[in-house]
Structure formats: C-alpha cells, structure tokens
Design a protein around this ligand. Structure first.
Ligand code: TGC
Ligand code: FAD
Length: 427
C-alpha cells in the first residue's frame, strides 16, 4: 500500500531540495567518471524501487527535518510530530509486511536510515527505536492480538515506542538485569513489573514500552509491552535525562517500574532469554551501520564546501593543500567501503543469511570510522568548527553516542573475537 506513496511523494517534493548525493545518481551518464559523492557507484547495486525510496526519504529529510534540527539540538527538544510525518510517508517499520507497513527490502530500509542520519543521529535514533526495536520485536515475537493492536498505529507514528533493556547497573551485560516480572498480588491475570531501566530513547513520550524483565517462574528474560495509559499512578515513571552533550535532538530517559500491573496477555508468548532483545538489536544495529555513513557523508560534503570556499596563504582555497585533501580522501574511502559492506549484509539479511557477527562487524566498523573521520574533518573548519552553525560538531558529538549504544564498539570487538577464536570472552 505504501510503495506507491513512497514513490509519489518523491516526485512531489521539489528536486531543488534533493541532496547532492541523489542528484549525482541521475547525473551518471558515463560509469567510468569518478563521483566523489558515490565513489564506488553503490547506486548501481540498488533496485529502481530502492532508488525511489531513497529519493523520497532524502527529500523529506532535507526539506522538512534539516531546517528544524539546529534549534532542536540547541533546545534539547524532540518534535514527536516527526514520527507522524515519517509514518505518513510509510518510512516506519518499513521492512514489516502487512499492518500498513511498506514491506520493503532491508537495503531500502538502510537507505531510509542513512537519509535520516545524514540530518541527525538523534532523529535516526527515534526512528530506530520505533521501527526496529519495538515494531520489529512485536512483528517477530508478538501474538496476533499484539500485532493487530500495536503495529498499524505505530506504523502511522500515532503510538510511540520505547525499548527498555539497559539498567543502571547493567549496560554491556544485560543478562544480569534485575528487573522482575512476578504474579500480581491482587490483580488476576496480571504480572507485576518492578525495576529500573536507564538511557532509554523516547521513554518520556512513549505510549508503549517494550520492557525486558526476568520472569518469576523460570528466571529467564521475557519481553513485556507496558502501555502507559493502563498503568495506575505511581507504578510507571519515565523521567527525562537532561543536559546531554550528544544526541540532543533525541529524547532520552529512564523507565521506573514499581509493582506495575501488566496483563499476562502483554508478554511475548514464546521467546526467552537474550535472544529476544538481541534479535531486535540485530535490525537496529544494521540500521546504525547505514545511518552513521549518512552522518559521515554529510560531514564530507560540509567539509568539502568549506575547504573550497575558505582561502588562506596567497588566496588559495585550503582544499588545494594536500593535508586537507588527505582528510577528505580518507573519509570518502571509509564512507564508500561502509556503504558497500552495508549493502552486502542487507542483501544477505533479505535472504535470511546474515549472521549476527556480520552485523556486529559493520556496526562497529561504520560507527568507528564515522566517528574517527568526522573528528578529523572537523579540524578543517578551524575556529569555525566550534560554531554550531557549521553542523559538523553536532555530528561528532552524536557519533560518539552511536559508537556507544546498541553495544559499545569494544563489545562488538569481543563478539567478533569470540566468533573468530571460538573462545568465550564474556566469562
Ligand atoms: P550470549 O551467551 O552471547 O547470548 C545469550 C543468548 O542470546 C543469543 N544471542 C543472540 N541472538 C540473536 N542475535 C544476536 N545478535 C545474539 N547475540 C546473542 C545467544 O544465542 C544466546 O541464546 P540462548 O538461546 O543460547 O540463550 O550472552 P552474553 O551475556 O555472553 O552476551 C554478551 C554480549 C556482549 C554479546 C551481549 O550482552 C551484548 O551484546 N551486550 C551489548 C548490550 C547492548 O547491545 N545493549 C543495547 C541496549 S538497547 C540500545 O542501546 C538502544 S539505543 C537505540 C537508539 O536510540 O538508537
Ligand atoms: P558499560 O557497560 O558500563 O561499559 C563501560 C565501558 O566498559 C565501555 O567502554 C565498555 O566497552 C567497557 N566494557 C564493559 N564490559 C567489558 C568487557 N567485558 N570487556 C572489555 N570492555 C568492557 N539502552 C536501551 O536499552 N534502550 C535504549 O533506547 C537506549 N538508548 C540510549 C540512548 C543514549 C543517548 C545512550 C547514551 C544510551 C542508550 N542506551 C539504551 C544504553 C546503551 O545501550 C548503553 O549505554 C550501552 O550498552 C553501554 O552500557 P553502559 O553505558 O552501562 O556501559
């Protein structure tokens, strides 16, 4: 249902607002010609539908998101209308089939993510939680009733989600979580959830919170859909975490549960243990691998423009100096390699052939290279790097967070090391 809308809206939005990367695809008349915006011609690996979806997403993000991000970042404000707008375009839960979702390929979904993060990682964060972590979890593990109840409204951005795994004392090691689900002492057919989650994207505004807790009967981790509107006063609090020095255009908070009654029907029926949250994370980590390359590409484009305009020593543009050119060459190479790797893993994911370690590899690599290169490119702006008007400092601060959440980079190194050697690192 949404496929035509995705294409149609691409045409409706003006070409002038399309980012240079997309214009570059159309300008490809001679394949041999080098295009700094797509150096390895990754566009040639995409289907027509994926290109159309990418155009729709890029046009929306550049026209509607970009103009509000600077003020939102300064004010530490997240405009939740963004998710409704994305819902209207069919960009939420885009890989899910049915339930008013677009049912597109993983590569198409990656391209959407890249377009959003080209503007800001915080906006991508809000979308990732909605699409991959909560809608993805319900689609994969929910009952038919849960899917029918939540997915269509979430696809429209009318119902907002949050994903509660991390706890104050257990971040990299969620298997040791302390949040529990026990039979409710007075309400028949209900469980009582108690515990605290922290650093939770969207939690202060979420309508439905997917909380992972240890189930009394087995001591194993299970997933629970906590509906804010159904929680009696004092049983659910979601205070925001303010004064962040990164990801300021995204809302982050805690989830505090104090004997919160949750219907047993809101528990995921079958999945037990960390396989539940990590399956959701596989999709979200895959999205971050794409998104961070979008942020890096924006840093490259901004730096190139600045270096061509800024003149030092006998009126030369600083882009003429080889040290500046090397910074751009390094960053552009990493962005191009990162895109190709993400496409390959996306194609394997579509066929059900992507191992979680492949996703760890591209999440770690693309986050690390985006952070490293953006920090280096920031130097090209000299003193102006310190002004938020130039945008690059915002990406650098955001990219530190992307390297930290959904498994900090060193944790993904250990996941890879374990897979390479066969030796358990987390004991
Ligand atoms: P381990 O023994 O490795 O595994 C336990 C069980 O889980 C299964 N599993 C997976 N299943 C599917 N996909 C994966 N990627 C999986 N990884 C593990 C595994 O097969 C096993 O299943 P079973 O059936 O045998 O029980 O568990 P461990 O405790 O040794 O895990 C260690 C480690 C490091 C791998 C893990 O804890 C880890 O990845 N830590 C990082 C934590 C993390 O990523 N947190 C993310 C929080 S959510 C978030 O950050 C959202 S930010 C959103 C935004 O704003 O964008
Ligand atoms: P720790 O686990 O304390 O790690 C600290 C350092 O120690 C890291 O460098 C880590 O690599 C290192 N370390 C830990 N163990 C080992 C080891 N065995 N070997 C070597 N090094 C090790 N979580 C959610 O559940 N939902 C969300 O929506 C969400 N959104 C977030 C939004 C933001 C803005 C941020 C900052 C975080 C968010 N998180 C969320 C939490 C995030 O996933 C965690 O911060 C992350 O998993 C790291 O956990 P931690 O902060 O407890 O760090």
């Amino acid at each position: 249902m949404y496929r035509p809308i995705l294409r149609q809206s691409a045409k409706q939005l003006s070409c002038a607002a399309r980012p240079a990367a997309i214009r570059g695809y159309a300008a490809h008349t001679t394949p041999q010609q080098f295009n700094w915006e797509d150096p390895l011609n990754s566009a040639s690996l995409l289907t027509e539908e994926e290109l159309a979806i990418s155009e729709t997403a890029e046009a929306y993000c550049q026209e509607r998101m970009l103009p509000r991000v600077l003020q939102a970042y300064r004010d530490e404000h997240y405009d939740k209308k963004i998710l409704e707008e994305m819902g209207e375009l069919g960009l939420l839960g885009a890989t899910i089939k049915g339930y008013d979702c677009a049912g597109v390929s993983n590569v198409a979904s990656g391209l959407i993510t890249k377009a959003v993060e080209r503007v800001d990682s915080g906006y991508r964060s809000g979308m990732s939680v909605q699409s991959s972590l909560v809608m993805g979890g319900i689609d994969e593990f929910g009952t038919q009733e849960q899917k029918d109840k939540f997915l269509p409204k979430m696809a429209k951005g009318k119902l907002l989600g949050a994903f509660g795994l991390t706890e104050p004392n257990h971040g990299s090691d969620p298997g040791s979580m302390e949040t529990t689900a026990k039979p409710h002492p007075t309400k028949k057919g209900y469980l009582s959830l108690s515990g605290a989650k922290t650093w939770i994207t969207n939690s202060p505004i979420a309508d439905v919170l997917l909380v992972w807790a240890k189930y009394h009967e087995t001591g194993k981790i299970r997933g629970f859909l906590v509906e804010r509107s159904e929680c009696p006063p004092g049983t659910l609090e979601t205070p925001p975490i303010k004064n962040k020095n990164g990801l300021r255009a995204s809302l982050t908070g805690m989830i505090q549960l104090d004997e919160c009654p949750v219907p047993a029907a809101n528990m995921f029926p079958d999945v037990e243990g960390l396989r539940g949250p990590f399956t959701c994370l596989n999709s979200a980590r895959f999205g971050i691998a794409w998104g961070t390359i979008g942020a890096l590409e924006d840093c490259i484009a901004r730096t190139r423009t600045y270096a061509l305009e800024r003149k030092q020593f006998k009126g030369n543009p600083i882009a003429k100096y080889q040290l500046v050119q090397k910074k751009l060459a390094d960053a552009t190479t990493d962005a191009a390699f990162g895109t190709l790797a993400a496409i390959q893993v996306g194609r394997l994911k579509d066929k059900g052939e992507a191992a979680p370690e492949m996703i760890s590899m591209i999440k770690r690599q693309n986050c690390d290279r985006a952070l490293f290169n953006s920090r280096i490119l920031q130097e090209v702006f000299g003193g102006n790097a310190v002004s938020d008007e130039y945008g690059i400092g915002r990406h650098v601060a955001n990219l530190f967070v992307t390297q930290t959440y959904e498994g900090q980079s060193d944790i993904h190194s250990l996941i890879l090391g374990r897979a390479i050697t066969g030796l358990q690192a987390f004991v």
